[in-house]
Ligand binder design. Structure first.
Ligand SMILES: *Cc1c(COP(=O)(O)O)cnc(C)c1O
Length: 344
């Protein structure tokens, strides 16, 4: 099977498993796991923030961020296709009791004027705007990158109103590699950032939430409340630390693979690539084949390719660390075969 459903499907490398087996551990709820401490310190440095917190998942990191930044009844500004809005089970409403103010965006880029227009004036009728949320890379747009210049503009705007900015940087390493900009440069224009260790980096479990020391201490309590206080977590921190320390240049290969596959797909009759393919995702439009994305996903499976439906006629294909150049050639052949099968 060539698994192109997500970059979350990677298996830990042999080196990572060795790091897991040899990890020094302690009880992290007591702050005594050396591997977790090292990971948090390294991640904070990488993000250019004072402190970082190792969390179980991107969702937990995002939710801990919302809970730490906001109070019940406040309003959260984000784009209407944000992962937080679409794919986190309504957790912000369920846990934080905040109101979502969703704005339309161009590939995750909300016009600064629209953000300014959505910030609530001080009036007894209105909720207070508690947080501005941006996603980089933007998942629903097919992994598009928000530039550091754009982030800088939004941060300057937010600063004028004294509102914090959070970056959901589940795939910030992809953004970093694609834009040639260090993660720190993106994170500088945000109060806090969450990034996944379990996606492009290929680590088995976990995410990082980074910000200033006081914020991270309060977030640590929210993590505990959310059930994310882990004990000998060094066994999962060690492979993540390895992934961060060894550098993530290999991500450029994932981007190259996506671009090669996208090029091949766009030459196939009836199939179009809807996105620009800036990073590791391809949004394949099946409309002209007359078949739904669900039909495509099941036919692709028969050709040993796993993909996900991302809309009635949209199939998402994601490259990652466990996909080789040979897999890309095989995937190209498989998609071609599926096309012949489906068009009978
Ligand atoms: C995957 C993802 C998350 C959530 O991460 P999990 O580890 O799956 O909980 C959050 N935001 C974005 C943009 C993502 O792609």
């Amino acid at each position: 099977m060539i698994d192109l459903r997500s970059d979350t499907v990677t298996r830990p490398t042999a080196e990572m498993r060795e790091a897991m087996a040899n990890a020094e551990v302690g009880d992290d709820v007591y702050g005594e796991d050396p591997s977790v401490i090292e990971l948090e310190e390294h991640a904070a440095q990488l993000a250019g923030k004072e402190a970082a917190l190792f969390v179980t998942s991107g969702t937990q990191g995002n939710q801990a961020a919302v809970l730490t930044h906001m109070r019940q009844g406040e309003e959260l500004i984000m784009d209407d296709r944000a992962h937080l809005f679409l794919y986190e089970g309504g957790a912000t409403a369920a846990f934080a009791g905040v109101q979502s103010r969703t704005l339309s965006s161009e590939k995750g880029q909300i016009l600064p004027a629209d953000i300014a227009g959505a910030i609530r004036p001080n009036d007894v009728h209105f909720p207070d705007t508690g947080l501005i949320w941006l996603e980089n890379t933007h998942n629903k747009s097919g992994g598009s990158v928000l530039s550091a210049d754009y982030l800088k503009e939004v941060k300057a705007l937010a600063d004028r109103y004294g509102i914090p900015v959070h970056i959901d940087g589940a795939r910030i390493f992809n953004a970093s590699i694609a834009a040639g900009v260090p993660v720190e440069e993106f994170a500088r224009h945000a109060t806090t950032i969450q990034f996944c260790l379990s996606k492009g980096l290929g680590a088995p479990v976990g995410s990082i939430l980074a910000g200033d020391r006081a914020f991270i201490e309060r977030a640590r309590k929210w993590r505990k409340r959310l059930g994310g206080g882990l004990r000998q977590a060094g066994v999962i921190a060690a492979p993540a630390l390895l992934a961060l320390k060894n550098g993530f240049d290999f991500i450029s290969q994932d981007h190259e693979h996506a671009s090669i596959l996208a090029e091949a797909i766009s030459n196939m009759e009836g199939l179009t690539v809807m996105n620009e393919v800036e990073t590791n995702m391809i949004m394949m439009d099946t409309f002209e084949t007359g078949l739904s994305s669900e039909d495509w996903v099941s036919e692709l499976k028969k050709q040993n390719i796993l993909a996900v439906s991302f809309g009635p006629f949209t199939v998402r294909l994601t490259t990652h660390r466990d996909i080789s150049r040979t897999d890309i050639s095989r995937a190209t052949d498989g998609i071609m075969k599926a096309l012949h099968q489906l068009k009978g």
